[in-house]
Write a protein that binds this ligand. Structure first.
Ligand code: CAA
Length: 257
């Protein structure tokens, strides 16, 4: 794969996508959006990869959609280009995706982090939805995901009054899984990804799908979705291996089958 706005790297079982428009604080232009999601899709299909990490640089994870690119767009342009639909494509990724966030995660950048499954934040991370300051609202999931994650009042303040969350607040309110020093924040996220990459791959996939169901359905439907993922795991070699290994007091050897 060859890209102009992102960098990709494979470390063992972890696929890393680094946003690389440093000159624009990693703002998403159409090319970077396409490249990001193409790279995620390719890693999702790659059997060697078990977990994905999405990151930016120390100063900016991503400062949102490229304002210069969309400033003169009409509603029809935005609609026909499916501008914000691009973010929905991250939901189609079946493997776990960890956002390694340092510096600014604003607008579509915050929404990208929210679309991931877990967030490792550096101490300098700042999350916000400043769209209101440029006369619009979040369009890539911010109003919905923040309301579900943080509750109505804080989400409302972020969206209506550009309240940002620093790393400590993100941890306190359950947005970030962990906060680590800026030095080595990406390595910390990769180490976290490597931990998950060593777990039973099919069970990880079913677990992700089940947790995500909680955001889509009623409790009754969610419990059904969980059962639909639980029972089939008993037809996998990994379930037999995992339980046998427990009984034999040894480490399991996962096959992903
Ligand atoms: N779009 C286009 N260019 C951007 C950008 C963006 N979202 N964010 C930063 N840049 C550019 C700046 O214009 C500047 O370029 P020049 O050097 O050519 O002037 C360069 O990146 C560096 O930025 P600053 O000089 O502003 O750096 P700073 O350290 O003073 O501030 C910042 C950093 C707080 C991130 C500030 O740049 C900022 O507020 N950016 C805009 C954030 C924003 O409003 N995001 C929401 C976009 S709308 C959206 O995301 C909705 C959607 O469609 C999903």
């Amino acid at each position: 794969m060859s890209f102009t706005t992102i960098l990709t790297e494979v470390k063992g079982k972890v696929g890393i996508v680094k946003l690389n428009r440093t000159q624009a604080m990693n703002a998403f232009n159409a090319v970077m959006l396409k490249e990001l999601f193409d790279a995620l899709k390719a890693f999702d299909k790659d059997e060697r990869i078990r977990v994905l990490v999405v990151t930016g640089n120390e100063k900016a994870f991503a400062a949102g959609a490229d304002i210069k690119e969309m400033a003169e767009s009409s509603a029809v342009d935005m609609l026909t280009q499916g501008h914000v639909e691009a973010w929905d494509r991250i939901r189609a990724v079946r493997k776990p995706v960890i956002a390694a966030v340092s510096g600014w995660a604003l607008g579509g950048g915050c929404e990208l982090a929210l679309s991931c499954d877990m967030i490792v934040a550096s101490e300098s991370a700042k999350f916000g939805q400043p769209e209101i300051t440029i006369g619009v609202i979040p369009g890539a999931g911010g109003t919905q995901r923040l309301a579900r994650l943080l509750g109505k009042h804080l989400a409302m303040e972020m969206v209506i009054n550009n309240r940002t969350l620093n790393a400590a607040e993100a941890l306190q309110f359950g947005l970030a899984n962990r906060v680590v020093p800026v030095d080595g924040y990406l390595e910390a996220a990769i180490a976290f990804a490597e931990e998950i990459a060593e777990r039973a791959p099919l069970a990880v996939r079913m677990a992700k799908d089940s947790v995500n169901a909680a955001f889509e359905t009623s409790l009754t439907e969610g419990l059904k979705a969980e059962k639909r993922n639980f029972y089939p795991l008993f037809s996998t070699e990994d379930q037999k291996e995992g339980m046998k290994a427990f009984i034999e007091k040894r480490q399991p050897n996962w096959k992903g089958r």
